[in-house]
Design a protein around this ligand. Structure first.
Ligand SMILES: Nc1ncnc2c1ncn2[C@@H]1O[C@H](COP(=O)(O)OP(=O)(O)OP(=O)(O)O)[C@@H](O)[C@H]1O
Ligand SMILES: [Zn+2]
Ligand SMILES: [Zn+2]
Length: 822
């Protein structure tokens, strides 16, 4: 028997309709409706219609047959989402606590949304002069207007033509009383791009025979025929060239002298680019990893972590793995951080695999993204390279997911659903039985920990290609500079190195981490930073009451005026921007050609690539930038990397501060000396004895990890316990505080009543976020640190606590496994 009912999720992001709705499949559509398809259904009051995703098909349903509504129409024949994607969406919904529709929408490119248009027609049978009234009423004007237009009109256009609330009310009344008929039309926000082609129809062999059918006076038609043959030409070109009208074309079509065909055009952002990347002979270490890979993938769903120092040739390994997959008839996804999607990575992949590659990232237009997606869906692509959301690429026989620079925070989405591409990839591997490879020179503590408990296989590359030595890293103690009377942001050492590099015509990179900027307080003489005694994170300075606050647990104390450690008065906030660094460098080295790369200089589309290319072509001597320049770049002539101040990341009020500092320092240092020209790195800091800097200086990930994992264990931070960060944002701080406190109390009450009182200690009391106000909106949060993530997400998922709901003036963001808590 053919199933008669469909379960759908309505495409409207509202908590009130976040559930399955059953619809009857009309006889005409029996056997046609499939899971993953998008359909139009009647929904809510009146004759309103909306689009929805079919997520299930079933044989019976509890609603009585005379009460159940029917599906109206199918939007696309082929299901938009696959069965596996539907499974994945359910998991995302439950794990990250979001609406089901949000979990479905995240899997398709933006712009594929369904748009509803309401077409208006005159109901001539009903419109008589009498009922429309005198000539000058609004009603008669509307009728006249529609008659004059002589084409289908959108309801919105009519509202716009007759603006004002009162007019709108009266037009609506005309619809209600059937003077106007409204037909709804649904279509996708993105259109396919078509190109029309024109050629002789094939009716005759020679042009003369065609011309015999055209009158001598029809000059234009004759001209067209004379320009055509039996090969297709772009209609657009012919039209422009001969300056012809549609009517000539139509006459020729009527006489069957020409034929017009259209072809879908693939909007390809990389067309006309000729990349080359010949295969390299693998080094011993690379070969070794490929052999292990080949052995491991004989077993189902394997997970691997490649820990390879900077410049060790990880990309070449990825390309080899992808090639192995192709030989097995399997497809691959290669995820890279958004920012490394500069030509370098794309060039290497397309250069090796050409047409088989699709690229997905946020700089593509909606149309380009959609075309890529369609190509993937149609099975024309075997490799997808992309940023975070490319994990949802609809490949049919996915065999391998690779995540490059897996430690990068950009793999975590900051909008709902707040998913992490690595966690989604792990789940996907389970669902479709494919393999997962993570790669990094500085693996996240969590990922490395999973190699210790054997969840992941560890594959290592200990040397750079050609055994090029790792660059020398010098830590410069800025406290000494101060003692010697140097108040500049450049130490003597860094200044000297830049100068020398300029003379030798080598390139330099100056790096400045701007995150967490100016929120911590430190002593410039001794480097002392105030930390929370209970949480071991830096205290944050709050301007409104001049106090220091731990935004994990709420511990607070007044801001000291003199350093508690060395009694100096030089205790102050921190802060230098890239622009300021640029000004200073320009002044000190007027002869240097400087490029700056930060959010300000990369706003325009393509500017990122432009700066990178200019630097690559040696059009500049010094590149100044933020984390954007810290990774992935491979410039042979860069021999000096300077870190202006390492402490900004060291003192982030976040338990991952040390990890971030180690990663950033290692990654930026990794940009230096990648060729035979050897490299030097100078890191300026007030805390040169910090373990993250010492280990980075010694290129010693293993010992950094050992020290860090012990701290995590001691403080019970991830991976030992999981975190949930719940952020309340709103303009009215008082009501915000009231609501988050209610939330907290209800949560603890619930646990007590459920007999889980011992878990109450897992919830920290609400406190202001370390960035306590953004764009006039106050931010408070509540952190849960627990072994029982599932229980908590279950409680939160149930919409508990009750009565604390999002509204216009209150936003509640629940972040499972947050990447940063500021
Ligand atoms: N087998 C090989 N033979 C010769 N050159 C190679 C080989 N493998 C890689 N290379 C080259 O070595 C350089 C460094 O490789 P790659 O950029 O892949 O390093 P990486 O490990 O990804 O470094 P990072 O983590 O710093 O991005 C590149 O220029 C690459 O073309
Ligand atoms: Zn001090
Ligand atoms: Zn604390």
């Amino acid at each position: 028997m053919i199933s008669q009912y469909a379960q759908v999720i309505i495409n409207q992001p509202s908590i009130h309709i976040d559930q399955y709705f059953d619809y009857k499949i009309p006889t005409a559509l029996l056997g046609e409706i499939q899971e993953g398809q998008r359909v139009i259904v009647p929904f809510g009051r009146g004759d309103r219609t909306v689009d929805a995703f079919v997520v299930g098909i079933k044989d019976h349903c509890d609603i009585e047959d005379n009460k159940i509504k029917e599906i109206i129409q199918i939007i696309e024949e082929a299901p938009t989402l696959t069965a596996n994607q539907l499974k994945l969406a359910k998991w995302i919904r439950d794990y990250y606590i979001c609406l089901h529709i949000e979990a479905l929408q995240v899997m398709i490119p933006g712009g594929m949304n369904i748009v509803k248009k309401e077409r208006v027609f005159l109901n001539l049978a009903r419109i008589t002069e009498k009922c429309i009234g005198k000539n000058n009423t609004l009603e008669s004007k509307v009728v006249q207007y529609i008659q004059e237009q002589n084409r289908p009109m959108d309801l919105d256009t009519i509202y716009r033509t007759f603006p004002g609330q009162e007019n709108k009310r009266r037009i609506k009344k005309m619809v209600r009383e059937n003077y106007l008929d409204v037909q709804e039309k649904f279509y996708m926000g993105i259109r396919e791009k078509e190109e029309k082609y024109i050629m002789l129809s094939g009716k005759y062999k020679s042009q003369e025979d065609y011309l015999k059918e055209i009158k001598n006076t029809a000059h234009k038609q004759r001209e067209i025929i004379m320009h055509l043959d039996h090969f297709p030409y772009k209609l657009r070109d012919i039209k422009n060239k001969l300056n012809i009208s549609n009517s000539s074309i139509e006459s020729l079509l009527k006489k069957e002298l020409i034929s017009i065909t259209s072809k879908m055009v693939f909007r390809n952002p990389y067309h006309n680019r000729n990349f080359q990347n010949p295969r390299k002979t693998l080094t011993g270490e690379q070969k070794n990893i490929i052999e292990q890979f080949e052995y491991l993938i004989k077993k189902p769903s394997q997970k691997m972590l490649i820990h390879g120092v900077t410049g060790s040739g990880k990309t070449e390994i990825y390309l080899n793995m992808i090639e192995k997959m192709l030989k097995m008839g399997k497809q691959s996804i290669l995820l890279v951080p958004e920012i490394s999607l500069t030509p370098q990575m794309v060039e290497r992949v397309i250069g090796r695999f050409g047409e088989q590659v699709s690229v997905l990232h946020s700089h593509l237009s909606h149309g380009e993204k959609y075309d890529q997606w369609k190509r993937i869906k149609a099975g024309k692509t075997n490799i997808v390279v992309g940023a975070r959301s490319a994990i949802f690429a609809p490949l049919k026989s996915l065999g391998l997911i690779i995540i490059d620079e897996e430690h990068e925070t950009s793999y975590k989405s900051s909008n709902r659903p707040r998913y992490h591409a690595k966690e989604v990839a792990e789940k996907l591997c389970e669902i479709v039985d494919c393999h997962l490879v993570l790669g990094s020179a500085t693996p996240s503590i969590e990922s490395y920990h999973s190699t210790e408990n054997r969840e992941y296989h560890l594959l290592s590359l200990k040397n750079r290609i050609d055994h090029i030595p790792m660059p020398d890293i010098t830590l410069v103690d800025m406290r000494n500079e101060l003692k010697e009377g140097n108040y500049s942001i450049l130490s003597k050492e860094l200044r000297r190195a830049i100068e020398q590099n300029l003379q030798e015509k080598h390139q330099s990179i100056l790096f400045l981490n701007r995150r967490g900027y100016s929120t911590f307080v430190s002593c410039r003489k001794c480097g002392y930073v105030e930390k929370c005694p209970k949480c071991d994170v830096s205290l944050t300075y709050h301007q409104n009451n001049h106090r220091l606050l731990c935004h994990y647990c709420g511990y607070t104390k007044p801001t000291p005026k003199i350093c508690p450690c060395c009694k100096s008065r030089k205790i102050r906030f921190f802060g230098t921007g890239t622009q300021k660094v640029e000004t200073i460098i320009k002044k000190e080295f007027p002869q240097a050609r400087i490029l700056r790369m930060d959010v300000d200089t990369t706003r325009k589309k393509g500017s990122h690539d432009q700066i990178i290319n200019a630097f690559k072509n040696q059009e500049a001597d010094i590149l100044i930038g933020t984390q954007m320049i810290s990774k992935g770049l491979d410039f042979p002539r860069v021999t000096l990397v300077g870190v202006i101040i390492a402490d900004t990341s060291l003192n982030l009020p976040d338990f991952r501060a040390a990890e971030r500092t180690f990663q950033l320092t290692t990654q930026v240092a990794g940009r230096a000396g990648r060729s035979v020209l050897s490299g030097q790195v100078i890191v300026q800091t007030y805390e040169p004895s910090h373990y993250s800097l010492i280990h980075a200086q010694q290129h010693d990930y293993d010992n950094f990890y050992k020290e860090e994992i012990n701290l995590r264990r001691e403080m019970q931070y991830p991976p030992f316990k999981k975190l949930i960060n719940i952020v309340f944002t709103g303009e009215d701080e008082e009501s915000l505080i009231r609501k988050i406190n209610t939330f907290y109390l209800q949560l603890t009450d619930y646990l007590r009543e459920a007999g889980k009182g011992h878990l109450i200690n897992d919830i920290f009391k609400p406190v202001p976020c370390s960035i306590s106000k953004i764009k006039n909106k106050y931010r408070w949060h509540l952190i849960i640190k627990t072994n029982d993530l599932l229980l908590f997400s279950h409680i939160l998922k149930k919409g508990y606590p009750k009565g604390v709901e999002e509204s216009n003036n209150l936003n509640i963001a629940i972040d499972i496994n947050p990447m940063s808590i500021i």
